[in-house]
Design a protein around this ligand. Structure first.
Ligand SMILES: [Zn+2]
Length: 438
């Protein structure tokens, strides 16, 4: 019976084969220590060729299969169950990859938090990023059109923000329809670049990256002999945000920025991982699932705080607004464990009670009055207040768990993830992961 090939074993063999090509013949055990060290340092992406090779090898041979729980393990030709096996391999691969990413994220966040006394942790700056893209190509190039970055700390909340529109250059050939549909369905940033957008020149991209790295300077973590930028984003956006920055770096003139990515000194981590680790530090540990769920709640989805462009067109697929709302939800979940009282505008939306009482009149139903959401209930979002205070009441801006109140259906239950077009943008439930980027 053929033994199932393991990716690591193939990698180990390759080291031996390389030496053999050069006329050096050594026993396999000679390479074991070195191979293990190299393998452990490799990302899933770097291991990919070996995983693929192992999968391929295992498919062209036979694999052990247990029949009816009998004692003897028998083998049969793979061709009989190739499709289901391939499916299982892919799923398993995907799961492995996710576990790998998660493990690395946890390690990195531990590194970020490592050794910081709690009193310092309370004012430690974290940087939360969101992005919007024009289109994603088959080659997985993400064309950035908007970036929003928030500087946040536990005690002070949101303390600074950086926001830019980007001209990503011409629509790539063959992607006009996709780009147009995506922009129309989500952020509505026009394909003709906005006048304030960062121009599509290497100099302008370099300047933008320089400004960003100055802004996120405190996100740097010392790992070995290198400084690494560690940013946070919604779990579904980490890859997109990373790829947007990589796009800018690769088109800038700067070797320094290109190297930043080549050397893996730029990371975007799931904010839920930070939430989980912070809760652990506070002595109120929680599971990653609960943390992800907390950041996926629809609370605050219609709060103000987007950029001027998106406020103007009343569209909440704004990179800046998304980062802000994410931090409101983050604050909701983490502050009680540290005994911090949330500050409006810093940890939660501004609520102007007096304006509501004066102008909202019949809508001052206690049920509708904005209050902090508890558990899974949805809160009435702050954008209501903005609209009231500015004199243009718009019921569409309201989300509520009150069945008697009926905001326009098309906006209810929508949790937009900027830059990502879900196949069906309407969430069917209040709990669960958002839509993953392509
Ligand atoms: Zn915006």
């Amino acid at each position: 019976m053929a033994k199932k090939k393991q990716p690591y074993f193939l990698f180990l063999k390759s080291l031996q084969a390389k030496d053999r090509q050069n006329g050096v013949n050594r026993d396999l055990s000679h390479y074991q220590a070195k191979a293990a060290e190299l393998w452990n340092a490799m990302s899933h992406q770097e291991r990919r060729p070996w995983i693929d090779r192992a999968n391929k090898a295992n498919l062209t041979t036979t694999v052990p299969v247990n029949f009816n729980g009998g004692e003897g393990r028998q083998s049969r030709a793979v061709s009989e169950s190739q499709a289901s096996l391939m499916e299982a391999v892919n799923l398993n691969d995907q799961a492995l990859q996710e576990v790998d990413v998660l493990k690395r994220s946890c390690d990195l966040v531990n590194h970020v938090l490592n050794g910081i006394p709690v009193e310092e942790l309370l004012s430690k700056k974290f940087f939360i990023v969101s992005s919007n893209v024009m289109v994603v190509t088959m080659e997985k190039d993400y064309y950035p059109v908007e970036l929003g970055i928030m500087s946040y700390n536990l005690v002070g909340g949101i303390e600074a923000k950086m926001h830019d529109f980007v001209n990503p250059g011409p629509v790539p050939t063959g992607y006009m329809y996709k780009a147009k549909s995506h922009c129309e369905a989500t952020h509505k940033i026009p394909l003709v670049p906005l006048p304030e957008a960062i121009p599509f020149t290497s100099e302008a991209y370099e300047t933008l990256l320089t400004n960003i790295t100055i802004f996120i300077n405190d996100s740097k973590v010392r790992i070995g002999s290198q400084d690494k930028y560690v940013l946070f984003a919604h779990g579904d956006q980490c890859n997109q945000v990373y790829k947007c920055f990589e796009y800018l770096a690769s088109r800038s003139n700067s070797d320094d920025f290109i190297k930043l990515f080549d050397e893996g000194r730029f990371s975007v981590i799931d904010l839920a991982v930070l939430l989980k680790q912070l809760l652990e530090v506070s002595g109120s540990p929680s599971t990653l699932f609960v943390c992800q769920d907390a950041l996926n709640k629809v609370a605050y989805d219609f709060c103000p705080g987007s950029c001027d462009f998106h406020e103007e067109i009343d569209n909440n697929y704004c990179a800046l607004g998304f980062a802000r709302r994410l931090l409101y939800k983050f604050s909701d979940h983490v502050l009680p464990s540290f005994g911090i009282t949330p500050v409006p505008d810093k940890h939660l939306p501004v609520v102007d009670d007096s304006a509501i009482r004066c102008e909202a009149g019949p809508l001052m139903d206690e049920e509708l009055y904005p209050r902090r959401s508890a558990g899974g209930s949805r809160s009435v979002a702050g954008s209501v207040l903005r609209d009231v205070t500015s004199g243009s009441w718009d019921a569409r801006s309201v989300t509520s768990n009150d069945s008697r109140f009926n905001p326009e259906d098309r906006l209810r239950d929508v949790m937009p993830v900027p830059g990502i077009v879900p196949s069906d943008p309407r969430r069917t439930g209040g709990i669960g992961r958002g839509v993953r980027p392509n």
